[in-house]
Design a protein around this ligand. Sequence first.
Ligand SMILES: O=C(O)CCC(=O)C(=O)O
Length: 275
Amino acid sequence: MTRVSLDRINSWNESVLSVKNQSTEETASAFNRDGFVIVRNVFSETELVKIDDHLSRFVIEVTPTLPPGEVYFEDDAPGILKSAFRLNEHDPFFDELRESHRIREIVSAIFDDPDIVSDGITFFGKAAGSGSQTVAHQDNGFQVMVPPEGLTATIALDTSTTENGVLCCLRGSHKLGLLPHAQSGIPGFSRKIAEPLDRDAFPEVALCMQPGDVAFHHIDSVHYSGENRSARSRRQLGILCFSSRAKRDEKAFAAYKQGLNELHESKLKNSGNKN
Ligand SMILES: O=C(O)CCC(=O)C(=O)O
């Protein structure tokens, strides 16, 4: 089981992650070097209130209607939302957010491509006291895009800290390309990297954020997060973005989907749980 080891999250993180007022070029260059970067204060308080409002509506009105695979609840805390996919297909507000020019400008600079494709918006919750861990994986272990020119832009809705399940990336791991993945058996994160990486070669960095900050991580960057046993929730929205050159490996994607379907069927058989 991968755990976030707080003692390894060293002062390097703070100095690099707290750079203020960096240009888009500097942001892109930090991303290309490390496989992730944080941009502070991208969304204002007023915008966050709007996002919260639409999210509450989505949770109340839409999640009960979603089929397995589109929404996941915590195994140990029935009814507590863990993740939900493609929010943009259910509310034009999220479709607009998906196309946010502030995010697109940065992604365009990173991949040197004016024709960035913004895919779906995902909700990643980590409820106070019951948020479960996310196993170490690369997003491209699910997305299987070739060339691997893509990233997830994560909008922080709550403060994320080492106590409430902060997202952690392994610095430089995006340069390894797509690593072998194995089935994790965990609904919502059905795949994990088959072998752990050497933490000295690829140091763990906690992407601690304030509401309105946006973290960008490469689809080949190995990342994970710990449990949330604290009293504060850690909610985030992830927007998947690809360069216009990146195309899906359909055969590999079908294999992933088959594994996912088998997992859903076995969970349904065993528990009758919606997961
Ligand atoms: O919620 C988390 O911590 C995991 C999110 C994640 O895996 C992602 O954004 O790609």
